[in-house]
Design a protein. Structure first.
Length: 247
């Protein structure tokens, strides 16, 4: 058995991308276990919280924010937390804001708008072909569960559309013509905003060959937002190659 950290993840998830990016930035060799939504192990994790989860030296760390905090403690190189106390406080405030006021809302709008065929193709990225047909067959049941858990209902979706636009407004206001959200360097605030916005920006540097949501009206409506071009630039400049190992 490998002694490397193990990241339990969904390959398509923007919250999981946040944890992957931190591991790759810190150049931490690790193993990724990409789970199939609705599968036994995925449901086991769902009953105890959510993904991503990182197994690290006998400790199981859930939640992308907690994973980054532990990585920052163990691997201070390529820091994600600013050194100055006021900037660090602001970076962590923005991380929390984007986690709670953006990420869930991007997911809610996407799952409401996307077709079951597209969701099936997306969720089986990095999965063997043998699991794809069973997922297509059971997806309506899984989506019914997801609608209840994540409140993917019309009124909630409309509120989420407004919150996503407000988050884009905040990104643009915080940048104010600059390159980064806090100070003069890449921080956890930039990583979090960019990760959680990747389904709308769809940069080329995402680590998996995910199918693109062609014809997504909400995304097309926002296509010219400066915040999304900023996300693509952040990916170009700061998204390193994967440090994942086979195993």
């Amino acid at each position: 058995m490998s002694d490397l950290p193990i990241l339990w993840q969904y390959s398509f998830s923007h919250y999981n991308e946040k944890a992957r990016w931190a591991l790759d930035r810190k150049r931490v060799p690790h193993i990724r276990r990409s789970l199939l939504p609705g599968g036994p192990r995925a449901m086991w994790f769902a009953a105890r919280g959510t993904l991503p989860v990182l197994d690290l030296d006998g400790e199981r760390i859930g939640d992308s924010t907690a994973i980054i905090a532990e990585l920052e403690r163990r691997h201070p190189e390529e820091p994600l937390y600013p050194e100055a106390a006021d900037q660090r406080r602001r970076a962590l405030e923005l991380e929390e804001f984007f986690d709670e006021e953006l990420g869930h809302d991007v997911r809610r709008v996407a799952f409401y708008d996307w077709s079951n065929d597209y969701i099936s193709a997306l969720m089986t990225t990095a999965q063997p072909a043998v699991v794809r047909a069973p997922l297509r067959a059971t997806l309506p049941i899984g989506m019914a569960w997801a609608r209840r858990r994540y409140r993917i209902y019309a009124d909630d979706v409309e509120a989420s559309r407004r919150k996503v636009k407000a988050a884009l407004d905040l990104v643009e206001a915080e940048l104010d013509g600059g390159e980064y959200l806090v100070g003069e360097a890449f921080t956890v605030a930039d990583l979090t905003a960019s990760s959680l916005l990747f389904p709308l920006a769809w940069p080329d540097e995402t680590p998996y060959d995910l199918p693109r949501p062609d014809g997504w009206e909400f995304r097309e409506h926002l296509a010219d937002r400066p915040a999304l071009e900023w996300v693509r630039e952040i990916y170009r400049r700061h998204r390193p190659p994967s440090t994942a190992r086979s195993g």
